[in-house]
Design a binder for this molecule. Structure first.
Ligand SMILES: *Cc1c(COP(=O)(O)O)cnc(C)c1O
Length: 493
């Protein structure tokens, strides 16, 4: 006998087809008031197609229920390190939904889309100012796409100078995983640089890796350890003096925006993730924007198109142009326009005065979490962090056989999204926590309390964590089987 509570649990997980009852309808069609016409060619029709037969009320309940099964920033705290799952003001969605933005067609002429091109131009100008660089292309559709664009630009620049022997790109072991992938896709050989004991780039290792084959360096700043590399001026100088191009991964600009400019640090090219620092809902891999931003040496190589202003302030017009040595297009048209409108709206709302508040709050929040959980979880690099803090669950593993994965799964029971796990690779049992700038002290205090409670549970009852989560529609999954043999369609019992 299943109890009522068990039945409730089974019912809420029922797929739509399993809720179907023959003859039940969700709509009532009006009487036919047009002539009956023949169906198309029989060969194009299916003989049977199983469709769920449910009432309108049931279908509303079904979709509302499954929408609640999703974890979202609109429901819960989401400290997924490096992803910047902050609250995105709804105003920006409203602006992007205005008909003049939402219904514009990419094939329209410049004369009929002056406002849209002007918006792109203004956003480029703002990003140039925010980063201290010379030019921006908004074309790349994601952070990794911006990286690829930047490395293709570096390659075109070196080839134009006849420096064909330069094929090595140095990448610190604290870089984001997309960095080596992008360098390799652009045709370079990747050489990994170690970090020193403080989590900075090891300068001795850098000096000894620099030779005539050096194409450049890709560095994530702040690094995936959540640390600002205090050697950065030496790092960029060593690479530039040796004839290399310096690439900066500025995906997590929310750590430094309004305070530090990549252009002042000696970078030649960088990207920034508008969907992280400058708003755009992006859970589940939704659309993003990863503009590539260049200094003087690489600005002519930017991907096309670039928005340009012609004429003076009295008589200005806007057009799309191609930089003189452009590497070409990163995709069709002008990038993810809706994401660009949201970023424009977000930056306009904050203004010059509001922008530095982003980095101040992001860094204070992360350091508050660091200070409160020091001693509860291991802290492999115990120094002031930037927008995120990387803990390690090695102490729990050693004492109780509880791993970072178990802690992450148990957090779900408390209504908190797991942090990024097992990354960066140089930290054993890593838990990378990014609280973001939009969370209140109450939320951070709850998270801290929960993390302490979980550490206590690990000591008292490790199996509770090994089997977690317990309160969700799906409990602990066999992740290998879920990935290899996913069940993607309904089949009748
Ligand atoms: C998120 C991130 C990326 C990749 O950005 P996508 O938009 O996911 O392609 C690259 N580098 C860093 C440091 C990131 O945090």
């Amino acid at each position: 006998m299943t109890s009522l509570l068990e039945r409730f649990d089974l019912d809420r997980r029922k797929l739509l087809m399993d809720r179907s009852r023959p003859g039940r309808l969700g709509t009532t069609l009006p009487p036919l008031d047009v002539p009956v016409s023949d169906l198309p060619d029989q060969s194009m029709l299916r003989n049977s197609l199983e469709m769920p037969e449910v009432s309108e009320g049931e279908i509303v309940r079904y979709f509302s229920q499954i929408s609640q099964f999703n974890f979202s920033i609109d429901h819960n705290f989401y400290p997924l390190g490096s992803c910047t799952m902050k609250y995105n003001p709804k105003l920006n969605d409203e602006i992007a939904s205005l008909p003049g933005f939402a219904q514009i067609h990419p094939m329209q002429t410049a004369e009929t889309s002056q406002g849209a091109i002007r918006l792109l131009w203004e956003l480029q100008e703002w990003l140039n100012e925010i980063t201290g660089m010379s030019g921006t292309s908004l074309a790349p559709m994601a952070g990794a796409d911006g990286e690829l664009a930047g490395m293709l630009m570096a390659r075109a620049y070196l080839l134009d100078r006849g420096e064909t022997q330069r094929k090595n790109v140095l990448i610190p072991d604290s870089a984001h995983g997309t960095n080596p992938a992008s360098a390799a896709m652009a045709g370079f050989d990747v050489v990994t640089l170690p970090s020193d004991a403080n989590g900075n780039t090891d300068l001795d290792a850098l000096r000894s890796s620099v030779n005539e084959e050096l194409a450049g360096l890709m560095i994530t700043l702040p690094s995936t350890l959540g640390l600002f590399d205090t050697n950065i001026l030496d790092v960029t100088k060593i690479v530039r003096d040796a004839g290399g191009v310096v690439y900066g991964d500025g995906a997590n600009l929310n750590a430094i925006v309004g305070r530090v400019k990549f252009g002042d640090l000696g970078f030649d090219v960088m990207h920034s993730n508008l969907h992280k620092t400058f708003t755009q809902p992006h859970g589940g891999g939704g659309p993003g924007a990863g503009p590539v931003i260049a200094g003087p040496r690489l600005v002519d190589y930017l991907p096309t198109p670039i928005a340009a202003r012609n004429g003076d302030a009295e008589d200005e017009t806007f057009s799309l142009v191609e930089p003189s040595n452009s590497i070409g297009r990163m995709g069709a048209f002008h990038g993810n326009f809706g994401a660009l409108v949201r970023a424009w709206s977000y930056i306009s709302t904050l203004g010059k005065e509001g922008i530095p508040q982003i980095s101040e709050d992001a860094v204070i929040n992360a350091n508050y979490v660091l200070s409160q959980l020091r001693g509860v979880y291991d802290l492999p690099y115990d120094r002031t962090c930037m927008h995120e803090v990387v803990f390690s669950a090695t102490n729990l593993k050693r004492q109780n056989g509880v791993r970072a994965l178990d802690v992450a799964k148990r957090l779900i029971d408390y209504g908190i999204h797991p942090p990024t796990m097992y990354f960066p690779l140089i930290v054993d049992e890593a838990l990378m926590v990014e609280p973001t700038e939009t969370e209140s002290k109450e939320t951070l205090d709850y998270f801290i309390e929960v993390m302490k409670a979980i550490a206590q549970e690990a000591a008292d009852d490790p199996d509770l964590l090994h089997d977690a989560p317990h309160n969700t529609p799906n409990t602990r999954l066999d992740e290998a089987r879920a990935a290899r043999r996913p069940v993607l369609r309904w089949t009748p019992e």
